[in-house]
Design a protein around this ligand. Structure first.
Ligand code: ADP
Ligand code: MG
Length: 264
């Protein structure tokens, strides 16, 4: 179980989640996408069929719906199933409104153990829902853009991982930092990437994820980028396949950052 998280929105959590789901589907792996973002962007792109219950219903304190009853097959086909997001999840991000206990989320998602890969697309903050997701996960994948506050944002995300790890979930490991929307020609991007590598060497995943219009176009069309016909799509398709391999070997090894030993 992998949480995909970041300090803020718009950096590519959903795109990375969907790219990994597409890579898993291409390999016929059984994958579940848990959409914990009240905006439900992953749900929109995955267009699951016949959603009766959402992640919000599964996390309801008093009478939760069983996860098996809430999963729906995605429009991408049988291997990818979805626990849908919905706006009502927003309430669960606020502790004052009585968020589900961290162990409750873990219990709610425990029924997903038969999947080869569970990806949790977190909301755009490090608040309660993201911490709940971390409490249920084996690994955490941090996403950031190579811009001015990337270092501080990544640090806060890693601090959240550490805090949940020591308080609630000793299995949890940071899987790495995906640097997204990288433009090789942008001096600022190169500078910020070097800064991240200097701070977190082994955690910065190689290669970075470049800015490619195929990513947003495939999302707009509701298909995996792996099925989008363009050179850019093939390029990011290869990159996501590599991320998936690293992620799966990290969960099998059960420890440590997974970018170790990858050439840079
Ligand atoms: N590498 C990329 N290249 C081009 N567009 C991207 C890339 N990554 C994300 N986007 C686009 O940027 C927007 C925000 O990305 P998204 O994955 O939804 O971020 P988040 O889930 O962190 O809010 C989306 O419209 C998405 O299609
Ligand atoms: Mg998102």
């Amino acid at each position: 179980m992998v949480s995909v998280l970041s300090l803020k929105g718009g950096v590519g959590k959903t795109s990375v989640t969907l790219g990994l789901a597409g890579a898993a589907a291409a390999q016929k792996l059984r994958c579940v996408v848990v959409d914990l973002d009240p905006q439900g962007n992953a749900t929109t792109v995955l267009a699951p069929d016949g959603v009766r219950f959402t992640a919000n219903d599964v996390l309801t304190g008093d009478r939760p719906v069983a996860i098996g009853d809430a999963l729906a097959v995605s429009g991408w086909g049988e291997p990818v199933r979805v626990l849908a997001g919905e706006p009502a999840l927003e309430r669960r991000n606020n502790p004052a409104d009585g968020p589900p206990g961290r162990h409750h989320v873990r219990a709610a998602l425990a029924g997903l153990r038969d999947a080869d890969l569970v990806l949790i697309d977190c909301p755009p903050s490090l608040a309660e829902l993201t911490r709940n997701a971390l409490a249920a996960s084996d690994t955490a994948l941090v996403v950031t853009e190579p811009t001015a506050f990337a270092l501080a944002g990544a640090q806060q995300a890693l601090d959240a991982v550490d805090a949940v790890r020591s308080a609630h979930n000793l299995r949890l490991r940071p899987a790495g930092i995906v640097v997204n929307r990288f433009r090789a020609g942008a001096a600022e991007h190169r500078y910020r990437l070097d800064e991240l590598i200097a701070a977190y060497r082994d955690l910065v995943i190689d290669p970075v994820l470049p800015e490619r219009s195929a990513i947003s176009r495939a999302q707009g069309a509701g298909v995996p980028v792996q099925r989008w016909p363009s050179p850019g799509a093939r390029e990011v398709g290869r990159i996501f396949a590599g991320y998936l391999t690293l992620l799966l070997s990290a969960s099998r090894a059960g420890a440590g950052p997974f970018s170790k030993g990858v050439s840079r």
